[in-house]
Design a protein around this ligand. Structure first.
Ligand SMILES: *Cc1c(COP(=O)(O)O)cnc(C)c1O
Length: 353
């Protein structure tokens, strides 16, 4: 007897990047930050009042929302927090899309979780291919029939970014559709569309503490948008999990987001390494779209993505590859520390020569 529902048996779940424990790798496969989080995080954890853990956390993550609102220049009512931005994105599907509606529109090469969430919630999808140079075809997206859009900016796994002015025009051109901007890597680009959430009622921005804040282990992300949209997310959260943000995550993330100075320096170091690494990869003959994120999408050499992945893994370096059309000729490499990047580059020289 198979007790699984048709949905559980039939769905193709998202596959996260591997986190192997067999040996110590130079880990450039899941876009984690190579640097530690703000020193204030350790202070918060040291001072943690374990007595407080006896109680449920704030169901609205009010303290963290206030800290985020301060940093983003909005009001707490414009902020929603979840257990990773993946959860915020997941809740956005039932909050803003109907199973019998025109569907969610997104690019063919983008964060693959969108397709999984759509399948899970039974939302139709309308997929618009990227252009040959991996940029978004915003006019084709505008012409697509849909209830709303998911746009990762910068995009994953390509790293390609869209300037805020272009998105301003796009959002204003589709006033009756919701535009969900996934800004997981925005701090490495610096063109956040949070200001557009004050100008337009049809845009919502989703961010995470996992990448630029070096807190992937904490699981916290958030959305910024007008109060009506934020209320939609709260309605879905309260049908699923009353307390997605635990007390530790709330305290840690509130301290981290307030340490602007620390993160500005750390992000600048990652960006400068990204540019150095891209230059070296181009010199080796890789095709590498200009990246606005903390990773590089590199490929079109004589070796497939899978071959490069396997050879690097044998040398103790993890990168990401996919068995999918177009993507199969590439690997996605997270920017590491200068030392890690040097090891990667010397291994790639060996592998390709
Ligand atoms: C990493 C990532 C996320 C998810 O981040 P979490 O907050 O760790 O769940 C969302 N969107 C994109 C495009 C990402 O790369």
């Amino acid at each position: 007897m198979n007790f699984l529902s048709k949905k559980a048996s039939g769905i193709a779940p998202y596959t996260a990047g591997e986190q192997p424990q067999d040996r110590k790798y130079i880990k450039l496969n899941t876009n984690e930050n190579p640097y530690p989080p703000s020193p204030r995080v350790a202070e918060v954890l040291r001072a943690l009042e374990t007595e407080g853990l006896r109680r449920y956390p704030r169901p609205d993550a009010g303290k963290l929302r206030a800290a985020i609102a301060l940093e983003e220049g909005v009001e707490p009512e414009n902020v929603f927090c979840g257990n990773g931005s993946d959860e915020v994105l997941a809740l956005s599907f039932p909050a803003f899309f109907d199973a019998d509606g025109a569907g969610a529109c997104f690019a063919d090469l983008t964060y693959s979780f969108y397709e999984v969430f759509a399948a899970f919630f039974g939302i139709p999808v309308n997929i618009v291919p990227l252009r040959a140079d991996f940029t978004f075809d915003l006019s084709a997206m505008q012409a697509a029939d849909c209830q709303g859009y998911y746009i990762a900016n910068p995009n994953a796994p390509t790293g390609v970014g869209i300037e805020r002015d272009l998105l301003d025009d796009f959002v204003s051109s589709v006033p009756d559709r919701l535009v969900i901007l996934d800004e997981a890597y925005m701090d490495f680009f610096g063109e956040s569309c949070v200001p557009l959430t004050k100008k337009y009622s049809n845009v919502i921005v989703v961010k995470t503490f996992s990448k630029s804040y070096a807190l992937a282990g904490i699981r916290c992300g958030y959305a910024v948008g007008n109060a009506a949209l934020i209320d939609g997310l709260f309605r879905m959260k309260d049908c699923f999990n009353s307390y997605p943000v635990d007390a530790v995550a709330e305290a840690v993330c509130a301290a981290a987001i307030a340490d602007r100075e620390y993160y500005r320096g750390m992000t600048a170091r990652v960006v400068s390494e990204r540019e150095r690494l891209r230059g070296e990869l181009l010199g080796m003959g890789f095709t590498v779209p200009e990246s606005r994120s903390n990773f590089l999408f590199a490929g079109r050499t004589k070796l497939s993505g899978r071959e490069i992945y396997a050879r690097l893994k044998a040398a103790g370096i993890l990168v990401r590859y996919w068995e999918k059309p177009v993507l199969c000729d590439f690997v996605r490499i997270t920017v590491g520390t200068p030392e890690e990047n040097d090891v990667l580059l010397s291994q790639l020289y060996t592998i390709l020569s």
